[in-house]
Write a protein that binds this ligand. Structure first.
Ligand code: DHB
Ligand code: FE
Length: 281
């Protein structure tokens, strides 16, 4: 049977991707951020999973206002990078895992979560920046990746509780997959994050810190936080953090081991948060 071995959370700021692609990692502005991810890169080299289910939001790249799936899973064999603004990053194509993706879709839909099944799609910085942060600049990504999309851009967006329970259903689906593979679930986006209006650049370190604490130690309570609190406390785009609850919900109820925890301000206009949580059973 497949095993969920770890949950990973990380911001997906597009400027981080541009800094990597332009070789700016050692510049004084970026160096502390990339140093903070070094222990994770090292751990990932030793603990590369067989598949990653990567939860992210599309930023009007694959979808537009014409069509807004709340929850979608990428079932294709491969996904090419694309992006709004700066154009496609010079990163490898993403190889999918159609068989596990179809199994998860089947199981999760039977558990009453309506997923849109996507058989052809391009993937944006929400997915490629986390891969670059954790794997660097390889010729090919080291394992298949299943893109899992959540609409957190156009209201209405799903609640934290729904995301946490969806994570539960995903965890159950992975455990039921009849192949002896190791799977990681990643949640991306966040943390403090407001890109427009008079509050642009808002950072709330105390709120971010307590979100990290609760995600590790009390995710069930964290899942009850109403979406309006994310926005008023940590900015309009902080709502991306509900995606971290999907990754956390997929994990077992046993307390996880914190492999690495990192928080840094600023990157572009936002705070960056990162966690690797390992299953202990
Ligand atoms: C920015 C965009 C994002 O999608 C994000 O998650 C963080 C930052 C930006 O444009 O700065
Ligand atoms: Fe984003």
């Amino acid at each position: 049977m497949a095993k969920l071995v770890a949950g990973v959370a990380t911001s997906h700021v597009p400027a981080i991707g541009a800094a990597i692609d332009l070789g700016k990692q050692q510049e004084p502005y970026w160096q502390p951020l990339f140093t903070g991810y070094e222990p994770s890169k090292k751990w990932m080299r030793k603990n590369t999973p067989d598949v990653i289910l990567l939860v992210y939001n599309d930023h009007a790249t694959a979808f537009s206002l014409k069509m807004i799936p709340t929850l979608a899973i990428g079932c294709a064999a491969e996904f090419n990078p694309a992006d709004e603004g700066w154009g496609p990053r010079p990163v490898p194509k993403v190889v999918g895992h159609p068989e596990l993706a179809a199994h998860i879709a089947h199981s999760v839909i039977q558990d009453d979560f309506d997923l849109t099944i996507v058989n052809e799609m391009e993937v944006d910085h929400g997915l490629t920046v986390p891969l670059s942060l954790l794997f660097g600049q390889p010729m090919a990504w080291p394992c298949p990746v299943i893109p899992f999309l959540v609409n957190v851009v156009q209201y209405p967006v799903p609640s934290g509780a729904r995301c946490f329970n969806l994570g539960r259903a995903i965890g159950k689906a992975i455990a039921l997959y009849d192949q002896p593979i190791k799977v990681q679930v990643w949640g991306t986006g966040g943390m403090s994050h407001q890109l427009q209006g008079p509050r642009a650049g808002l950072i709330n370190c105390a709120w971010d810190t307590s979100f990290l604490e609760e995600l590790i130690n009390d995710p069930k309570s964290l899942a009850r936080k109403p979406h309006i609190e994310y926005i008023t406390e940590a900015g309009s785009e902080a709502i991306e953090l509900v995606m971290w609850l999907i990754a956390r919900g997929a994990m077992s109820e046993q307390a996880p081991k914190v492999v690495h925890r990192f928080y840094h301000v600023p990157a572009s206009n936002t705070a960056v948060g990162h966690l690797i949580l390992k299953e202990t059973q």
